[in-house]
Design a protein around this ligand. Structure first.
Ligand code: FES
Ligand code: FES
Length: 155
């Protein structure tokens, strides 16, 4: 049995705890904002937070998260009002949108650790999140806008 806190709610899972967390979140809890891309930790579409750190849900098992807090895009902020989500909307970052929840979760982890990231910090933190639509310039601009909006406050 595994016990996880998902978006603030305690969940008990009695099945095979070697199952990828992504399957559990999407198929059992219906949290479909987190996407499946490659299944091999190569694209970042499945990025979630485990105890506040960005992780790939396709390569994290339920056992890995046992006893820990898991946050998905649905739980990042009440009403979708995280500074990154606001900046994302204002700058119309998404194109098809498929990669974007993973991008935002990765960026949220970056800003939590580095509230005023340099271009190099952003490139380094975001390099594993692939966008086939090529929205990278808008992603970078939105991260900077969110950082400026919060003026280095701890997110
Ligand atoms: S689906 Fe997990 S990194 Fe691509
Ligand atoms: S917006 Fe289409 S893959 Fe990123």
């Amino acid at each position: 049995m595994a016990i996880l806190r998902v978006n603030g709610e305690e969940r008990q899972y009695d099945g095979d705890s070697s199952m990828p967390l992504l399957w559990y979140l999407r198929d059992e809890l219906g949290l479909i904002g987190t996407k499946f891309g490659c299944g091999q930790a190569l694209c970042g579409a499945c990025t979630i937070h485990v105890d506040g750190t960005a992780m790939r849900g396709c390569q994290t098992t339920i056992a890995d998260a046992d006893g820990l807090s898991v946050t998905t895009i649905e739980g990042l902020a009440a009403d979708g009002d995280h500074p990154l989500q606001i900046a994302w909307r204002e700058l119309n970052v998404p194109q098809c949108g498929y990669c974007q929840s993973g991008q935002i979760m990765q960026a949220a982890s970056l800003l939590k650790d580095t509230p005023q990231p340099t271009d190099e910090d952003i490139d380094s933190a975001m390099s594993g999140n692939i966008c086939r639509c090529g929205t990278y310039p808008r992603i970078r601009a939105a991260i900077k806008q969110a950082a400026a909006a919060t003026q280095g406050a701890k997110l």
